[in-house]
Design a protein around this ligand. Sequence first.
Ligand code: UGA
Length: 459
Amino acid sequence: MERAHEAPVRIVIVGAGYVGLVSGACLAALGHDVAVIDRDAARIAGLQAGIMPIYEPGLDALVAEQTAAGRLAFSTDLAAAIPGSVAIFICVGTPPRPSDGHADMANVMAAAADIAGALDRFAVVVLKSTVPVGTGDEVEALIRTRRPGADVAVVSNPEFLREGDAIGDFMRPDRIVVGTDHARARAVMATIYAPLAEAGVPLLATSRRASELIKYAANSFLALKITYINEIASLCEEIGADVEHVARGIGLDTRIGGKFLKAGPGFGGSCFPKDMLALMKTAQDHGVPMRTVETAVAVNDARKGEMVRKVIRAAGGSVAGRTVAVLGLAFKAGTDDMRSAPSLVILPQLQRHGARIVAYDPAAMANASPLLPGVVMAPSAEAALAGADLTVILTEWPEFAALDLERVAGLLRRPVLVDLRNLIDPPAAARAGLTCHRIGRQAALVDTSLHSALQQAAE
Ligand code: UGA
């Protein structure tokens, strides 16, 4: 990525979490001078020593490169970092409040108060954390109360980063949304993102409230799309159609689009469930029920139970006393994140039905272990499979797609595979002697010729 053509902007990032670290490292890679600040001294000391507090492919290398280039630094001292900085990005967490499901703004407001105390010149305060509509107004009011004369603009600039693909999503986004009516602030944001805009990325200028809503509306829409294809998949299983054909058939319509039509065990992660809840709350507060979103949440919750029943059916009607090998625990591949992972619901239910579970995940086992009591963590996929009565693929890690299926069949006590991510090629599974149960397709109705043709077309 090219460096900024105009003078680099001095940027402070508040919060060395997922969004803050990725944004900080990428803004440095765009040529800016970036200081990432966090109150957690151990986290900052680790980052100064090159230790990443999160798992994200490519982040450690990018941080090392930008730190060595002198464009990226880490500190706990916000007051020292702000003077001379033009833009201060708030990237702190906004978890759901247990009491009512509203996003908890305590971290955002604490950051805003700290920033207000340190402002020394015109600065743009950028809300990158996912915040309810109207938070920009509240942050601005708080700063103006604390520092009545401050020359400051508060801008909404939501992030659209996927875990596991975050650096690519930052450097090659579909769009950049900047929400503000303040002309000078908009110019600062245009300078910051100039290298991306020059590479053709659309920069959408909106009001602050529209920008805040875009984030929730985008995530909820993607979750609706996944929920819809999951329901179509269940119908496919009953009528003898293949959901991948249906997804491709509808996705080629550019009005629908082919992405986020992969049927699976239900969406999870730290974003969709939390953001849908927050959108529903905002909508309720304004007397505008969001019934599509409410329904998608309910359908997605029920989906985990459906997956349990699917596994039990594949086991011949009962998993009691059976050993189930589970491949993948994280909510998706490329992350060690266990937040709202389908495994957290599916595995305990299988245990309640009497299954003994041996699991393997390439990245998430350390996070998963305390959340899944009684689940044995295996050191490798092969170790998990050895002697199992049934295998369930729960996360689409590439290493599971690359498994030697004949070896898999040899390791299992019974050659039964429940592929909840449609990762395994059915003809290859059949050749290896594995009975493969997939999502959105009856095991007995595998049309191998059509599958191969579809694979070739996709390649
Ligand atoms: C999501 C959005 O995709 C990002 O644009 C957004 O910035 C981010 O939330 C956020 O708000 O911070 P993420 O939660 O990392 O990103 O994960 P996704 O790749 O969107 O996947 C979410 C869930 O949907 C996963 O459980 C995944 O397995 C599932 N999914 C996704 C499907 O079941 N099918 C699909 O076709 C796509």
